[in-house]
Design a protein around this ligand. Structure first.
Ligand code: OGA
Ligand code: NI
Length: 210
């Protein structure tokens, strides 16, 4: 499992071998899906299919399991506040409880759980390198009386060490489309993200003045 830091203890006595095998299978398969998505997204930008892959946009993978306990008064709180992801791409598996919402035309819209489906989010770093051709998804999770709710988020980004420098892709820049962001390293982006309130977009830190 190259480049996967697995904080969970894979202990067959507590988890059962089936859970361990399917977790490992999931961690091996999702990066393959990310590769395919990067090919499609490269083509959508008018670039060669291997462009984003060659930029190592999926090289670093972090999987986070999230546990939302049932909430007796969900109208008083949120499961996760509104945010955009500090990644290039996020692939999310949510269970059947629901609660994930995405901002669409200024309104939060439910992302209904669909058995066997995955949710794919464009993250901030892909918005920067695409020079705003792709927009990172603003989303949040409602608290729920039912539960617990469990989700697994796979965050894909570039190598943090050594700090590879990313910026708007040269092929997308022209006189008509000047760069909108300055260059960054993944480490720099992530540390800026965690030093701000979660609901304040980290993109502003990197935006160039028009
Ligand atoms: C996240 C996230 C949503 C969820 O981890 O960035 O948005 O459904 N998670 O848990
Ligand atoms: Ni998110």
């Amino acid at each position: 499992m190259k480049n996967v830091s697995l904080a969970m203890k894979l202990d067959s006595q507590t988890l059962g071998q089936g859970v361990i095998d399917s977790t490992i299978e999931y961690l091996n398969q999702v990066p393959k899906l990310a590769e395919t998505l990067y090919e499609l997204l490269s083509e959508a930008l008018g670039l060669k299919p291997d462009h984003l892959g060659a930029m190592e946009c999926g090289r670093s993978r972090t999987f986070i399991g999230q546990y939302y306990p049932p909430c007796p008064e969900p109208e008083l709180t949120l499961g996760t506040s509104k945010h955009t992801d500090p990644s290039f791409l996020t692939i999310l598996l949510q269970d059947q409880i629901g609660g994930l919402q995405v901002l669409h035309e200024n309104q939060y819209t439910n992302v209904a759980p669909l058995p066997g489906s995955l949710v794919v989010n464009i993250g901030d770093m892909l918005q920067i390198i695409s020079n705003d051709e792709f927009i990172s998804a603003d989303h949040r999770v409602l608290a729920n009386r039912a539960g617990p709710r469990i989700s697994v988020a796979g965050f894909f980004s570039g190598p943090a060490l050594p700090g590879k420098v990313y910026g708007p892709i040269k092929e997308l820049i022209s006189e008509k489309h000047p760069p909108r962001y300055k260059e960054f390293t993944v480490g720099e982006y992530i540390s800026k993200f965690f030093s701000r309130p979660i609901d304040k977009s980290g993109l502003d830190e990197f935006r160039l003045q028009e």
